[in-house]
Design a protein around this ligand. Structure first.
Ligand code: NAI
Length: 463
């Protein structure tokens, strides 16, 4: 039986053509293949990967394989798979379990699949949002009869997760504990997953070292910001074709993602307003020229609402009840709980097309909800462009090499890649866009207290 689940394997040819193009825009990953392809530092690594199964991720997967790893893959969101990319990967014999629009039951069954190596276990996790890590750690706690991670499932997601855990426990007793013991480390892609890791570590429940890829400067200050700057408006346009210029858009949150989203909407001609809870980010927004407002005041007035907070219950039912007719509501944060979608379920939904729904509110006004509140840049469009993902994924590759080859030297905890590697990732992306880098003279380097080769900044520098 084929060791993959994809929408249509016949899409592999199309996927391969897009992969070939993506490779030309991913110089960091191609440089990794060049540098490490012969020594194969990931030989023996069995990587369970849970990250949006896009064209760019396909280039990451193939890079990990060139470096010697065995890989099994699933998407970290039910709407983010690009089926042709998944097919291209499956066609090369790499097990991938991902379909755009899969159900929540399928989502957790596919997450289960990524650990099912012929050898019995994975030994590395590459995660985005922390679901693969959660699956193993929660499963092992349930096996031990503990309820300290999640006591009672509350959301649909958690119900499906618990059902999948019970199913695996019944089929293979002791499986989760065995998986957990085999994992050397995890590299985590995004802000929300990193929050989860720090939280697990604080509770003493993180049994292996983790590398926080998100907080490499060449990840969060690029992917989260410039990536969203391109992919937010892309998602809204593909979903709605609405004229953006002149519309009033509210961006909830002005962190890295919020900054990119506000710039994205501004670039499209929208009049952008921002909400924030952090006075520093609120001041940044104001000084970048955005009016900082309260959602309560703007809900009846604005045309487009986007959540970027990584927090829960940001756009609530009371906000949506007063919105204008045909207001557009979407989220670009990692999980769908930023918008209270559950409280809309008893309203009348009209599906316009995949990942676009029109919902009738009690007032008679309708709202357009994108991707049922899941991250709209991947649900309604194709996520960030290859070039910026190359920077993120080069960090992922370096993190996997570090944890696989030197994991034993790390105590359980959450680590960030050293700055010289961060600078290396940036350096690998300069030539492609014609950047000419000035070289420090030795006396200048000495004067500012660095070496000619870098690192050029202290660890506390914030960029
Ligand atoms: P961040 O921590 O830099 O920014 C979040 C901001 O939201 C903070 O400034 C915080 O003060 C603010 N905030 C929190 N609660 C709020 C509330 N109730 N109202 C208004 N503002 C509030 O995090 P970052 O890196 O910007 O990530 C945000 C989310 O986006 C995370 O879930 C992350 O995982 C996700 N993400 C999504 C990507 C995508 O392609 N869709 C790419 C990168 C990250």
């Amino acid at each position: 039986m084929a060791d993959y689940i994809v929408k249509d394997i016949a899409l592999a040819g199309f996927g391969r053509k897009e992969l070939d193009i993506a490779e030309t825009e991913m110089p960091g990953l191609m440089a990794c293949r060049e540098e490490f392809g012969k020594t194969k530092p990931l030989k023996g690594a069995r990587i369970a990967g849970s990250l949006h199964m896009t064209v760019q991720t396909a280039v990451l997967i193939e890079t990990l394989k060139v470096l010697g790893a065995d890989v099994r893959w699933a998407s970290c969101n039910i709407f983010s798979t690009q089926d042709h990319a998944a097919a291209a990967i499956a066609a090369t014999g790499t097990p991938v379990f991902a379909i755009k629009g899969e159900s929540l039951e399928e989502y957790w069954a596919y997450t289960d699949q990524i650990f099912r190596f012929a050898e019995g276990t994975a030994n590395m996790i590459l995660d985005d949002g922390g679901d693969a890590t959660l699956y193993i750690l929660l499963g092992a706690r349930v096996e031990a009869g503990e309820t300290d991670l999640i006591a009672v499932p509350t959301s649909d997601e958690e119900v499906c997760l618990f059902n999948q855990i019970k199913k695996r426990m019944a089929e293979t007793p002791g499986w989760f504990t065995q998986q957990r013991a085999a994992i050397k480390g995890v590299s985590e892609e995004t802000t929300t997953g990193v929050h989860r890791l720090y939280d697990l570590h604080k509770k003493g429940l993180l049994p292996f070292p983790a590398i926080n890829v998100n907080d490499s400067v060449t990840k969060s200050k690029f992917d989260n910001k410039y990536g969203c700057k391109e992919s937010l408006v892309d998602g809204i346009r593909r979903a709605t074709d609405v004229m953006m210029a002149g519309k009033v858009a509210v961006v909830c949150g002005y962190g890295d993602v919020g900054k990119g989203c506000a710039a994205s909407l501004q670039g499209a001609g929208a009049r952008v307003k921002v909400t924030e809870v952090d006075p520093i980010c609120a001041l940044q927004a104001a000084m970048d020229g955005f009016e900082v407002v309260l959602l309560e005041d703007e809900a009846p007035k604005a045309d487009i609402f986007v959540t970027t907070t990584g927090n829960k219950d940001v756009i609530r039912i009371e906000h949506m009840r007063v919105m204008k007719d045909m207001a557009i509501v979407g989220n670009i944060g990692h999980f769908d709980n930023e918008i209270q979608v559950a409280s809309l379920r008893n309203h009348k939904w009209t599906n316009i097309k995949d990942q676009v729904d029109m919902i009738e509110m009690p007032s008679g006004n309708r709202i357009i909800l994108l991707s049922e509140g899941r991250l709209l840049n991947l649900g309604n469009a194709t996520g960030h462009p290859s070039f910026v993902m190359s920077a993120s994924f080069t960090n992922q590759v370096l993190a996997q090499i570090e944890l696989f080859t030197k994991g034993a030297e790390y105590a359980p905890g959450v680590y960030i890649l050293p700055k010289h590697l961060d600078e290396k990732v940036a350096r690998l992306h300069l030539a492609k866009i014609g950047v000419k880098l000035t070289e420090l003279r030795p006396d200048q380097a000495e004067y500012i207290g660095v070496t000619v080769e870098g690192p050029y900044k202290a660890d506390h520098y914030r960029y």
